[in-house]
Ligand binder design. Sequence first.
Ligand code: NAD
Ligand code: UDP
Length: 337
Amino acid sequence: MVILVTGGAGYIGSHTCLELLRAGHQVIVVDNLCNSSREAVNRVEKLAGKSIIFYQADVTDEAALAAIFAQHTNIDGIIHFAGLKAVGESVVKPQQYYYNNIVGTLVLSKMMAQFGIKNIVFSSSATVYGENEIPFVETMSLGVPTNPYGQTKLMSEQILKDMAVAHQEWSVVLLRYFNPVGAHESGQIGEAPQGIPNNLMPFISQVAAGRLEKLNIFGNDYPTPDGTCIRDYIHVCDLAEGHVRALEKLADKSGVHVYNLGTGQGTSVMQLLTAFERVNQLHVPYTIAPRRAGDIAAFYADASKAERELGWRAVRDIEAMCRDTWRWQTMNSHGYD
Ligand code: NAD
Ligand code: UDP
């Protein structure tokens, strides 16, 4: 298949492009590089030994997108990763988040209708469940996200669901990611946050590397066995494989298809920190800090639907996630720069 990947230079996008190439698909990337580097795409090409068609363009730029779709009349499907994703920043800059993430989804759906493209896979998030019972199951009523970022995921899901009603031949796949971590085992591609990381794993890894002084654990008084929050960490390569599997199984199967991509296992902040220290044989200083606003005590996926229907499940464990993160960190101390 010929797949147009928006946000393909980013963290999850780059790993997915590699898997797509490995599975024999052709890849066209559209990315404005607002949170990524062209070098990530170069490295994916080297790892795969195949080339990618790359456009530095903004998915909210309708004219630019129309020109790309007009140029490539053989596109079979879209994977839509492009979006802004920092929860805290979305509270400070809601207009930017709603504009970028919602208009991007709207422009892409317009392009699909205009150019007769029937398949789209969308990067959603476990945040759409809000504060539900755990584990989160696809059939649950969705919750109320506590920040503009989460709202953009909920709204984009709704836009695509409505488009699928109006275009009954479309296949819309909504993939709800849990907590992606890790890096490709080559150490060539990984997560390269700009500035101080917001997320736990890159923060731990930068403390271990001596770039940051210590980890702040946001609360140890949650109702969990060790008092720290529990999440479902999933290796980014498992996530990438999940996309390829979803695309191959569901292309041209009309309707809306929703899947959790998680491991089904919960790991606490303290357990992740201890595993990182043990696996990589190093010490990560930490301090207990106040709770972070908006955090939920514990959530993890019911990942059984993806296994049952797609024949996909996450196979890499927490140790692999910690080892691969650290390999990427030590081989690329300042990301792609
Ligand atoms: P990322 O920031 O590394 O990748 C996003 C990519 O999109 C970047 O390369 C960025 O330059 C590009 N981009 C952003 N806005 C764009 C626009 N208007 N036009 C063109 N390109 C644009 O983030 P990621 O972690 O790889 O996340 C990919 C997707 O998965 C995002 O939609 C994110 O919300 C979603 N997601 C991520 C997580 C996570 O924890 N990483 C969890 C759930 C969902
Ligand atoms: N966390 C932490 N210190 C940090 C970053 C995160 O203690 O510097 C905690 C956070 O409170 C949450 C968990 O780690 O309980 C995962 O946070 P992350 O931001 O990685 O993902 P989220 O689940 O919030 O999307």
